[in-house]
Design a binder for this molecule. Structure first.
Ligand code: GCU
Length: 679
């Protein structure tokens, strides 16, 4: 039975007689000249996949021959030097790969790279070519990752609950580690390696210092041991006050020599257990977490202290810019920029500042974070969220690649036109050595890992786009669908269209025209635009939408909070004018009169109503599409998705009805034609 556990690594027999025959003719066996831990992982994957895909024996060979799939570095099999262009290998760099078909009578397929990890990525890419039924006659592929740190961030607690996790409990079985190694750990590593993810932060950013204690480091080391052959390093979220909590010190002041010494020794101990430990992720002085500001020190002081402890081992600090508190600007939007921009240039070399895609918090749509482009002397990492905290949890189907691409392609204008967020975070705009992308994981102990089967696509997209942010959302969806379900175009084409439209559909039924953060207080599920009882003003939906009798939206122009001043002049100019501000961001930056006429010819109120209605219709279309394509896949997965789409449809209508009923109390205008009155 199909339950989604295998993710996109299903390796079912190739359908289509001619193609199967082509593949069988081209592949006689596997030749891997060495057995390092990583090359063993590559061999195991080929041995699992090829016989299954080709439905024939694909033996290990003692030497290369016609039809061999050869996976090795040139150092491991020197013949590669004469078969693969040196320039290609150079282009592949430290983690990239080359895949070449040799010419002549005894054709071979060579998968190579400068390191074992590169070869492993090449193996997974080759298997992807087969799984997606691509021609392999004349392969000449070179591929290298565009960013260096390609990470998952788990918000997993030591109790196995997962902050904002909707796919069951944490997959880390802390209680039985390090003695018991769940098979899932290896499958997790395989899945990540197959999409190029090379690091994982195991624990919640709201961190518990206990994970830095000896018994837990032994558990972490056991996981690191499973991940290592797959090119994946382990990182930990460090609680800033750990020296007090587990070190018995009276302070965690980063300028205190005893505190510095404590971290140095702690880091030494960590590397004793995990020699290739990646480093720390830190949430400090945000939402009640401890940090350097508790001692009158800056974020740079805190980050640099940890960075100095890690530097001898080449570890890094990923210091989060997601900060806000009651002392900052009245507009929460502005606080991260206000705090971090002045620190540009003050961070040590092994610090990277990790910035969420938008200035508030993982909304269905946000303008790009104003810090991108604003800190030229500091490497910035992009933090995206896979777990759908504000996007219907693991109940709603939404393909996030279009959201990721929208921010990657956004133009900061920091160094003139074309200064995209992608160029900021891949290091190319300012020539930074550190570059990175992280996704807050949506993985849990559910059989299918992500709760919603289509959540797998978001995990997949994060990895693929971190490897190559120039891939299109359509390409990524196409790959994922073919591997996860079927190559049958009668399924792939309509479902790909459905995926591509799903994010805009969700924006329409939740937060159209630039509305944001109007979800239920605390849990963030379902509509609650009326809510005004939160302990902080900037946790209240009413704070964000500001609807009143004159209009709706947050004025962030010079007449309002002036958050727009944080963007480059070219961006600010376009967005500060209601006429030129893209409709998608309108209510992010403007308080717009209900009767304001939009380019569509409709008033704002009418447009709001139509968008909500279009959102509901969009989900109806998704449900219809799914019904039509279900015969082309297994019943189990078809039925799971069908049931969830039915819930999503009900809830899209709930969003529309609740929001329009509430906003109408201010607009005092009739519902336009075609928008049904709430039942
Ligand atoms: C959001 C989320 C929190 C999380 C925080 C963060 O506010 O609701 O649960 O801890 O982001 O990113 O640190």
């Amino acid at each position: 039975a199909e339950d989604g556990y295998e993710l996109w690594l299903r390796y079912h027999r190739i359908t289509g007689k001619a193609l199967l025959q082509d593949y069988r003719d081209a592949i006689s066996g596997i030749y891997i000249p060495v057995s390092t831990p990583v090359s063993t992982a590559a061999r195991e994957e080929l041995q699992k996949a090829l016989p299954a895909l080709l439905d024939k024996a694909v033996p290990l060979q003692q030497q290369a021959q016609a039809g061999s799939v050869i996976a090795a570095t040139p150092a491991q099999w020197p013949a590669i030097n004469s078969l693969v262009p040196a320039a290609s290998l150079q282009q592949a760099g430290a983690e990239g790969f080359c895949i070449y078909t040799t010419t002549g009578a005894d054709k071979k397929i060579i998968i190579t790279g400068n390191t074992d990890a590169g070869v492993l990525y090449g193996v997974f890419h080759f298997l992807r070519l087969l799984q997606t039924q691509q021609p392999i006659q004349q392969l000449s592929i070179v591929s290298a990752p565009k960013v260096r740190y390609r990470l998952l961030n788990h918000w997993d607690n030591l109790t196995r609950t997962v902050e904002r996790g909707y796919a069951g409990m944490s997959i880390w079985d802390w209680h039985r580690l390090p003695g018991y190694i769940d098979r899932r750990y290896k499958d997790y590593a395989r899945a990540n390696a197959s999409i190029g993810i090379n690091g994982t932060v195991l624990n919640n950013v709201n961190a518990n210092a206990t994970i830095l204690s000896k018994p837990y480091l032994e558990k972490v080391a056991a996981l690191a041991g499973v991940f290592r052959p797959y090119g994946i390093r382990v990182y930990l979220s460090a609680r800033f006050s750990a020296p007090i909590e587990i070190g018995g010190l009276k302070t965690a002041d980063p300028l205190d020599p005893q505190v510095q010494q404590w971290w140095k020794e702690k880091v030494k101990e960590i590397y004793h257990y995990i020699p290739d430990f990646g480093g720390f992720l830190v949430k400090a002085n945000s939402e009640g977490q401890p940090g350097p500001q508790n001692y009158g020190r800056s974020h740079a002081d805190g980050a640099n202290m940890l960075a100095d402890a890690l530097a001898p081992y080449k570890g890094i600090v990923m210091w989060r810019a997601f900060v806000y508190d009651s002392k900052g600007d009245e507009d929460r939007f502005k606080q991260a920029y206000d705090e971090f921009k002045p620190l540009d240039g003050r961070f040590h070399d092994n610090v990277v500042v990790q910035v969420k895609n938008g200035p508030i918090d993982f909304q269905p749509r946000e303008p790009f974070h104003p810090l991108f482009g604003a800190m030229p002397h500091t490497p910035l990492m992009l933090e995206l969220q896979l777990t759908q905290e504000y996007l219907g949890f693991a109940t709603h189907l939404v393909y996030l690649s279009p959201l990721f691409k929208e921010v990657l392609e956004a133009d900061t204008h920091a160094k003139g036109p074309g200064s995209t967020v992608a160029k900021v975070i891949d290091g190319s705009l300012e020539g930074h050595a550190i570059s990175g992308m992280a996704g807050v994981s949506n993985i849990g102990s559910d059989r299918n890992w992500t709760g919603h089967l289509f959540g797998q696509a978001n995990w997949y997209a994060l990895g693929r786009l971190a490897w190559d942010h120039t891939l299109t959302s359509a390409q990524v969806a196409d790959e994922w669908l073919r591997q996860t379900f079927t190559n049958d175009a009668r399924f792939v084409t309509p479902v790909q269209q459905m995926m591509l439209a799903s994010r805009e559909t969700l924006v329409n039924y939740m937060t159209p025209l630039g509305l944001h953060h109007i979800m239920g207080y605390g849990h963030h599920y379902g509509p609650a635009p009326w809510y005004d009882k939160a302990p902080r003003a900037d946790w209240n939906p009413v704070y964000f939408h500001r609807a009143d009798s004159t209009g709706i939206g947050f004025d962030r122009t010079a007449s309002g909070s002036n958050a727009l001043a944080q963007y480059a002049p070219a961006v600010r100019k376009q967005w500060e004018n209601m006429r030129t501000c893209p409709e998608a961001y309108l209510l992010w930056f403007h308080h717009v009169p209900w009767q304001y006429r939009l380019p569509s010819g409709r008033t704002l109120w009418e447009e709001l109503c139509y968008k909500y209605q279009a959102g509901v219709q969009g989900v109806q279309q998704m449900a219809d599409t799914w019904q039509q394509v279900s015969p082309y896949i297994d019943e189990e997965r078809a039925e799971q998705v069908r049931m969830l789409l039915a819930i999503q449809l009900e809830e899209a209508a709930w969003w529309r009805d609740a929001c329009l009923a509430y906003f109408r109390t201010f607009a005092k205008l009739p519902l336009p034609q075609g928008v049904p009155a709430p039942a």
